[in-house]
Design a protein around this ligand. Sequence first.
Ligand code: UDP
Length: 328
Amino acid sequence: MIAETSDYLVTGGAGFIGSHLCTRLVSMGKSVQVLDNLSTGRRENVRHLEGNPLFRFHLGSVMDSDAVDSLAARSGAVIHLAAAVGVENIIRKPVETIEINIGGTEKVLSAAASRGLPMFLASTSEVYGKSWEAPFREDGDIVLGATSRSRWSYACSKALDEFLALAYHKARGLPVIVGRLFNTVGPRQSGLYGMVLPRFINQAMTGKPITVFGNGTQTRCFSAVHEVVRCICDLMETPKALGRVVNIGSVQEITILELARRVKEITRSESPIVLTPYDEAYPGDFEDMQRRVPDVSVLRGLIGFSPGASIEDIIHSILDHGIPEGAD
Ligand code: UDP
């Protein structure tokens, strides 16, 4: 079905992070084929690349072994981003989360391994779970909650992806890098799946209450998507990164309440900041992470760079692209 060959196959390339990654790869002169089922991705996200001879979009799922195999056979490397994303999305669709994150990744790893293709597997800081050992080091313990709380199925499914990737590396020589992405934000990110920053900006810009879940003392470190995709591209060019698990994130920690205040201030919004109990915000028995900070020494040691854009600059860059989509 597909005639051309490309430097990269990017699964999930029409998603928020994927679309920025494709833009960077194409601007580096690399040819890219995207496989995306548009479940949370948008054709609109890659519209600016359509028509570029270096870019091709294929509508399809990583659950389709034939599509994955046929694209991998025509690619020089694979960046696997396709996954179920967003805490709210994951809680709403628990079966799909596990199926896509485990079944899809297995197919992509197997296709890359049978051809010895260099591969980047996007994992997540969720895998650290509710560990209290912040800043989180890649070799630190992971601490997950009860299986009755579906949030943890996401962490667990991505942890299994990591085990599988590292097993393919050790047992079959797959040249794979595992990147644990911390909260990544920027233009084109949707607030439809739970992500806090596009939601806050949408609420502030449309005069709705800014909804801080819990008491707002929980912290996150937000990194700019253009810096995250730079890290992914640089890691793919770093042979010493092969077989490694690498945190990718900013170390600038902020409480969610303070994030709401900064959004309100920068947008000069009249919206009130409202504390919303978790049981009103999420269905079922929800458990949040109190603190999430990466140790980025491995990343810096490998590529000499780690994300550092300020939250103010990030908020301005999002606003420059218009008002992000809010919650349903
Ligand atoms: N959050 C919030 N209001 C929202 C959406 C999220 O206060 O409208 C909180 C959420 O409970 C969490 C933090 O913001 O403590 C980050 O949430 P997000 O879903 O963006 O990322 P993650 O929980 O995966 O870090």
